[in-house]
Write a new protein. Structure first.
Lengths: 115, 112
C-alpha cells in the first residue's frame, strides 16, 4: 500500500538549468497538490491539479514554473532557469477527493539545491 | 489574503514537561488540520478538527478548536524525546479546492 512517491529525493542544479520534480499520488487518489517549503518556514501552496487539469495555480510564480498531471504517469513540477532562491523542499500531497474535509497525504519531498 | 499564524516559533522543554502551540487564523475556518514534521522529514497528518469548541485527544496530545473557529491549540503532556519535530496547523483557503494554508510551525526540542 504505497504512499505518495516523489523523485528524486535530492536534486542539485546549477543556476540556469532546469529542474523536474515528479510525484506519484497514492493509489486511488486523483488530486495532487504541490507545496514549497523554504528553510525554517512553513509550507506554501503552489498548485492543485487533477488528471489533465490545473484547478488552482494561485500559488505558482508567474514565470519559470509549470506543473502538469497527465492522463498517464506522475505529476511533474518543472522549474526552468533555476535561481538560488528556488532552493527549497518541494512536497507533493494527494487526496482521494477535493474539498475541505479531505485529508492530504504528503510525499517525502524533493530537496532542491541550486548552486 | 487569509493568514494562519502560530506561536511560539521555537520551544525548548525538559523531557517530562508540557508543551503547547497556538494557531490563529485571520478568517473563520471550516476546519483545521495538524501535521508533524520530523527534522529532514515530511509533514505527517495528525488530526482534523471540524466543530466549534471541539476537543480531541490522541494519547498525550490534546487538540482544541476555538468556539469562533478562528484559533486552535495543540497540547502535549509530559513530553518525550520522540515528540521532537515541527508542528504545523493548516486551514483551508477560500473556495473548495482543498488548498491548505499552513502556519509557520512550532519547532519543539526536548532535552532528555
Amino acid at each position: 500500500n504505497a504512499g505518495v512517491m516523489q523523485n528524486p529525493r535530492h536534486l542539485v542544479r546549477r543556476r540556469g538549468q532546469e529542474a523536474r520534480l515528479r510525484c506519484s499520488p497514492m493509489k486511488g487518489h486523483s488530486h495532487v497538490y504541490w507545496y514549497r517549503q523554504l528553510p525554517e518556514e512553513g509550507l506554501k501552496f503552489m498548485v492543485y491539479l487533477q488528471k489533465e487539469n490545473i484547478i488552482d495555480e494561485s500559488g505558482m510564480p508567474k514565470e519559470r514554473f509549470s506543473a502538469e498531471f497527465p492522463k498517464e504517469g506522475p505529476s511533474i513540477l518543472r522549474i526552468q532557469q533555476v535561481v538560488r532562491g528556488d532552493s527549497a523542499a518541494y512536497f507533493c500531497a494527494s487526496s482521494r477527493r477535493t474539498g475541505r474535509q479531505e485529508t492530504q497525504y504528503f510525499g517525502p519531498g524533493t530537496r532542491l539545491l541550486v548552486l | 489574503g487569509q493568514q494562519v499564524m502560530q506561536i511560539p516559533q521555537y520551544q525548548h522543554v525538559q523531557e517530562g514537561e508540557d508543551f503547547t502551540t497556538y494557531c490563529n487564523s485571520s478568517t473563520t475556518l471550516s476546519n483545521i488540520q495538524w501535521y508533524k514534521q520530523r527534522p529532514g522529514g515530511h509533514p505527517v497528518f495528525l488530526i482534523q478538527l471540524v466543530k466549534s469548541g471541539e476537543v480531541k485527544k490522541q494519547k498525550r496530545l490534546t487538540f482544541q478548536f476555538g468556539e469562533a473557529k478562528k484559533n486552535s491549540s495543540l497540547h502535549i503532556t509530559a513530553t518525550q524525546t520522540t515528540d521532537v519535530g515541527t508542528y504545523f496547523c493548516a486551514g483551508h483557503g477560500s473556495g473548495n479546492t482543498g488548498k491548505l494554508i499552513f502556519g509557520q510551525g512550532t519547532t519543539l526540542q526536548v532535552k532528555p
